[in-house]
Write a protein that binds this ligand. Structure first.
Ligand SMILES: [Zn+2]
Length: 272
């Protein structure tokens, strides 16, 4: 393997965030949002799991989860070390910060995927990012599970009528759509004006006829329903671009020739 022994990649993010406190258990600046989560069983569960896993959270510009993966090779043995942190938009009100925190912690707790794997493929990266454990579908359904508990069972002293109305507006469509699991998952693939661009880039990655047929049945030119706040693009495109960015970073340091990465690196050369 010819890539250098140290290489750090930041996945699921394109910006470097300001420093945040070392642990979610100390001052995060998000205490009102944490208290709102503590008022529900779904919120308590996810906070507890995050504290157990020592995932730090704090506030920044845009809510997101950052996973930094660092690859080391020592005596021919490869290890990948992961560091995860969650950033929540500091400009939102506590109720929206709480929903974002529940959402991002679901991502932060997901099983790690090795971005250095030579055979990691774009299509799989996108689908797992949406439908896999801790992916977008699960994160959105979880935040709206918290929302349902607020609306149905917490006291008005915890959450005002006005905040309840905001939660209903954000989650109403999700509660309804989730009743049909397959249809709901498909709605993540609505690409609107990005439909052609996505299909073209994916086709250039040479997915093979069976996978390409699957994608053509999956994606949809209707107006996007769910959009990445970070990339401001529908999730399939945001994830595809994230994959391309990660792969470019790996390939820029890896001589193209006969490495285990040659196929992966060769495939992205055809994509703009
Ligand atoms: Zn998300």
């Amino acid at each position: 393997m010819r890539i250098p022994p140290f290489l750090t990649l930041i996945c699921a993010v394109l910006l470097i965030a300001p420093a945040i406190p070392s642990s979610g258990q100390t001052e995060s600046g998000l205490e009102p949002a944490e208290r709102l989560l503590e008022a529900t069983s779904a919120g308590r569960q996810v906070l507890e799991a995050a504290r157990e896993s020592r995932i730090p959270w704090g506030h920044g510009q845009v809510s997101r989860t950052e996973v930094t993966a660092t690859r080391n090779v020592h005596d021919g043995v490869e290890t990948v070390h992961y560091e995860t942190r969650v950033i929540i938009s500091g400009s939102k009100s506590p109720v929206f910060q709480a929903l974002d925190l529940a959402h991002e912690l679901v991502h932060a707790l997901r099983p790690k995927e090795n971005p250095f794997h030579p055979t990691l493929r774009a299509g799989d990266y996108v689908v797992r990012g949406i439908e896999g454990e801790g992916g977008e579908a699960e994160a959105i359904s979880y935040e709206c599970r918290v929302g349902r508990e607020w609306v149905e069972s917490v006291k008005p002293s915890v959450l005002s009528e006005e905040d309840r109305a905001l939660v209903r507006a954000r989650c109403g469509m999700v509660w309804k759509a989730m009743a049909d699991g397959q249809k709901w998952k498909k709605s993540f693939y609505y690409l609107g004006q990005h439909y052609r661009d996505f299909l073209e880039r994916l086709t250039r990655l040479d997915p093979g006829p069976v996978e390409l047929k699957w994608w053509k049945e999956r994606i949809d030119p209707r107006t996007p329903v769910y959009t990445s706040a970070m990339a401001q693009k529908p999730y399939p495109l945001a994830l595809l671009e994230e994959y391309l960015e990660l792969t470019r970073k790996i390939c820029s340091r890896s001589p193209a020739a006969e490495t285990p990465f040659s196929k992966r690196c060769g495939s992205i050369d055809r994509v703009k």
